[in-house]
Design a protein around this ligand. Structure first.
Ligand code: V47
Ligand code: SF4
Length: 386
């Protein structure tokens, strides 16, 4: 429903609701207090209509996806984040996997005859995957397939390898870009506020360090994403604090592409006693992110984590991107209890998921250049293209 109609048929909205709606209509920014109000008091239908208005002003019906695969070098990790179901401690490293450089290249070569455009590289943190190792890996991938976009590692890995390699963030990032790094995914952000971060992700880079590494990356000319891990022990105000820091950095650099809320999944980790939040909470969280982060172009629902049905619903709550084909190459969410135990979708399935929710499916590359507009043809034709 359109926002003006919604306001007309809901005379009982509070003054604050109307003030926020007025800001959204006039494309003005909402304050931190208003953001907190939406989390605490906002009705799902209200935040949904607001977020949809923002989404439609920015993208109309367009919904993006890409053809990608993940490369996870290892699931052994020196850190011990309490929400992580995926990692194995070094002491139990025999339970995990540790790929060699050649094995990683073989994983890339598996896609030689497929029209993928992006490899997303992320995994645990281990001393042998050091500053030199990742430069070699990026170089070898680019030598093999120069046009494949490398979206790799997070400030968690970069902070660790640059410190061990005794180079500054700037010097290290320059070397990575020189070796072939094209962009950075949004992981490792969790919740920035130390009150929460120290409890769930103690020992790894701080919120300030995460933000600094992204800021320098933007200054060096690469685009990055931003996540927020929600629905565990944080309070709403911690989410607002997190979003505020993202919005402020984006005001300074404009280097973020996409905001990706990540729902905490509770299987097989130290926080399994916590109940997962409801789908209503998920949709509200997408919507509030869309309304508050007025300077972010894109909001993504990462389907392997949230599930296909919720990802589809989220398209009406501010989301305009659902990530990519994945091809069963990530274990992070299946190990944490996500519905898809073998996450993979064909292009045809992704297009169908978007189109059947009433949106226009656009295949993009990592930087949102349009590769194929599927809304202009029938699904039968798309199966051949896929
Ligand atoms: O940083 C780990 C999260 C992230 C759990 O930039 C969990 O396009 C929920 O950042 N429940 C890594 N979340 C994944 C990531 C990502 C994924 C897709 C696309 C992009 C992008 C980035 O996964 C970690 C952490 O926040 N995570 N365990 C869990 N149990
Ligand atoms: Fe390691 Fe990342 Fe898991 Fe934390 S979330 S334990 S840094 S793999």
């Amino acid at each position: 429903m359109n926002l003006t109609n919604y306001l007309q048929i809901n005379p009982n909205l509070s003054d604050t609701d109307r003030e926020i709606a007025d800001k959204v209509i006039h494309q003005q920014r909402i304050t931190d207090e208003e953001c907190l109000y939406l989390y605490e008091e906002g009705d799902l239908s209200f935040v949904g209509v607001l977020a949809d208005a923002v989404r439609r002003a920015k993208h109309g019906q367009k919904t993006y996806f890409n053809r990608n695969f993940h490369l996870e070098p290892t699931n052994v990790c020196i850190y011990d984040c309490t929400f992580c179901s995926y990692s194995r401690k070094i002491k139990k490293r025999e339970d995990g996997w540790e790929l060699t450089l050649e094995e990683m290249l073989d994983a890339v070569k598996k896609y030689d005859n497929q029209p993928v455009t992006e490899v997303h590289i992320v995994g645990g943190v281990l001393p042998q995957y050091n500053y030199q190792f990742y430069q070699d890996l990026f170089r070898r991938i680019k030598e093999h397939r120069p046009e494949l976009h490398i979206k790799a590692l997070t400030p968690v890995e970069y902070h660790y390898i640059f410190k061990k390699g005794k180079v500054s963030y700037r010097e290290g990032l320059k070397a990575m870009i020189d070796a072939g790094l094209d962009s950075m995914p949004g992981g490792g952000a969790e919740i920035f506020h130390p009150e929460i971060r120290d409890q769930i992700a103690g020992g790894k880079c701080t919120g300030d360090e995460w933000l600094e590494i992204h800021e320098i990356s933007h200054e060096l000319g690469i685009r990055t994403n931003a996540t927020m891990l929600y629905g565990h022990i944080e309070k709403y105000w911690h989410r607002v604090d997190h979003l505020r820091q993202l919005r402020e950095l984006q005001d300074r650099t404009g280097g973020f592409q996409t905001y990706i809320p990540l729902k905490f999944r509770n299987k097989n980790n130290e926080l399994s006693h916590l109940e997962e939040v409801s789908v209503i909470e998920d949709l509200k969280n997408y919507a509030i992110g869309r309304i508050y982060l007025d300077n972010f172009d894109h909001v993504k629902a990462y389907w392997p984590m949230i599930g296909r049905k919720t990802a589809q619903l989220a398209l009406s709550y501010g989301v305009n991107d659902i990530d990519g084909t994945i091809d069963d190459t990530t274990k992070i969410y299946s190990m944490a209890g996500a519905e898809d135990q073998n996450p993979a979708m064909s292009t045809e399935q992704l297009v169908d998921l978007i189109a059947s929710a009433g949106f226009e499916a656009i295949e993009r590359d990592t930087l949102y250049n349009v590769i194929h507009d599927f809304s202009k043809e029938s699904l039968a034709g798309e199966a051949e293209i896929a």
